[in-house]
Design a protein around this ligand. Sequence first.
Ligand code: HEM
Length: 156
Amino acid sequence: MLIPLLIGVHVLGVVLWIGGVSFVTMIVFPMIMRMEGSIEKVIFFQGVEHRFAKIAKLCVIIVGTTGVWLLFITDRWDALFTMHGIGITLMLLVWIFYVLVLLFEGRFFKIIFKGEAQQDTAKIFLRLTVFHWVVMGLSLLAVFVGVIAGHGGIWS
Ligand code: HEM
């Protein structure tokens, strides 16, 4: 009973978090790109990211805790970094990447919105859009491979 329950909570965390990333990538960024003034763009973007970062942090904690808990109960540590455990390996890598981005988010934004950003906001938002598409793609890949591998897929 505990394992399905943990997977359920784990997937709910994933849905909220990756759903949010997808919304920002496919809805918010195109809206920002169409906005007129640079200041308006930066203020709107920081408002959205600041609010979403709180939800993302909570989801990262829930997904990480339930994921490690699942690995612990099912004792599948040795499957990590093998073809057989490709699903959980991808999940772990994507998770570590998000933790790093969220931990250094403040520093990251300070760098991109100072200096060059004041001169060319459009260029910076284009880079941020590409970055979000890559991050969303990797996350969806982790879900896709995770589900296939978790259901006796081609790598098991
Ligand atoms: C610390 C990070 C993580 C760990 C240790 C972890 C581990 C696990 C484990 C052990 C399972 C149970 C199914 C299985 O054994 O294959 C699972 C399920 C799942 N995980 Fe993760 N996970 C982590 C992060 C993530 C992330 C970041 C995503 C999405 C981007 C994700 C998506 C999923 C999905 C969709 C399932 C359900 C698979 C199914 O259909 O059974 N996980 N995870």
